[in-house]
Design a protein around this ligand. Structure first.
Ligand code: NI
Length: 156
């Protein structure tokens, strides 16, 4: 595994709509593991492939409940609403309040190509929605209010 450089604003790869992973190759498996290592190294709770310069639909998340890898993730259900502070490893030093669904269901594939459904609430739901946005070229600063420049936890 390797720690990869994290792309930051205004790198155009962060603004592209990422393309689906067509086949889970060895390269994708290695990328997913490198993304996890990169996320842990940066003390983040989530990372999307465009953040390491790969415009493909792959995310990793760990909000303290163990690593989660999702290929071609899609939001299939959402409920409630919650506003909390957020940051992003690609927008270093900036925090802001973002309103998101409180609970979500996300479907995708695991690294073996098997269907995987993740139900998340609170921080997990927030991290999943934040990473899904990355795949569509959306950054949390597009949705945030009360942006402040200070380093904090919970960056994704
Ligand atoms: Ni982010």
């Amino acid at each position: 595994m390797a720690v990869l450089p994290i792309r930051s604003e205004p790198d155009p790869v962060l603004r592209r709509c990422a393309r689906p992973v067509e086949k889970i190759t060895k390269r994708i498996v290695k990328l997913a593991h490198d993304m996890l290592e990169t996320m842990y190294h940066a003390q983040g709770v989530g990372l999307a492939a465009p953040q390491v310069g790969v415009s493909q639909r792959l995310i990793v998340v760990d909000v303290g409940e163990g690593p989660l890898i999702l290929v071609n993730p899609e939001l299939v259900a959402q409920r409630g609403s919650s506003t909390d502070v957020e940051g992003c490893l690609s927008v270093p030093g900036v925090m802001g309040y973002v309103t998101r669904a409180e609970q979500v269901v996300v479907r995708g594939l695991d690294l073996k190509g098997h269907a995987l459904e993740v139900k998340g609430s609170d921080l997990l739901a927030r991290a999943l929605q934040h990473e899904l946005d990355h795949l569509d070229g959306i950054l949390f600063v597009d949705k945030a209010t009360g942006l402040t420049v200070e380093r904090g936890r919970g960056q994704a």
